[in-house]
Design a binder for this molecule. Sequence first.
Ligand SMILES: [Zn+2]
Length: 239
Amino acid sequence: MKNNILVICAQHGNEKLGPLFKEYVKKHYPALFCLLDFMTGNPKALKMGVRFTDTDLNRSYGKASPKSYEERRASVITSYIRRTSPTLVLDMHTTTTTQPNILIVADTSDEVVTRYLRASHITHVLQVEPMNDLTTVSPHFVAYEVPNDALNETLYEQICRDILRFQKGQKGTPSKEVFRMSGKIMKKEVSEDVANTFVNFSYHPLGFYPILTGENSYRYSSSVPYFGFKANEKEIITL
Ligand SMILES: [Zn+2]
């Protein structure tokens, strides 16, 4: 099988996991280029070192009449996925939040997704509802979301091993903590002082697990009315 995992690098132009992982593969696992098809999500934003230029690419999929640069880019990526129908799409993200390394999925019942989760070393899984992001157009989808300070060669090596185990149908860490995203934590409902007590993926007395709170793109943007997301419960599963 050739090029049957599509790896989207720089869906957000300022996030380094994708480009650095690609460099690592080039240097240490060149044979993986037969299996992995790398695509730069947002080349313009990557060049400028910004998250996006017009609209967030990861909110720009599935638009009927694409207008912004990112909406047009999303439609190019969508056509590419439809044409090449990869076994799996891997989407590489980093975050400014303090949190564990996580995998993000949309459909935990999808057989390919389950196989990837089983193969991966990562224990925390976030299940999201599609919101004009890449999951909207690719059913077999897994994203890595890691804090900037987790970017190092040990992580890239572990991701290579996740991929190799996935190919061979082997197990990595089959026990997972699954958090199902249940909504946003709205700024009008929670004070800044309370938001400062959130620990991502740890239960908060308000009755939920905060997720991606402290993300600069949410916290400091006055146009974003929420601090981050939340999950009402955590489920421990063994795959
Ligand atoms: Zn991102």
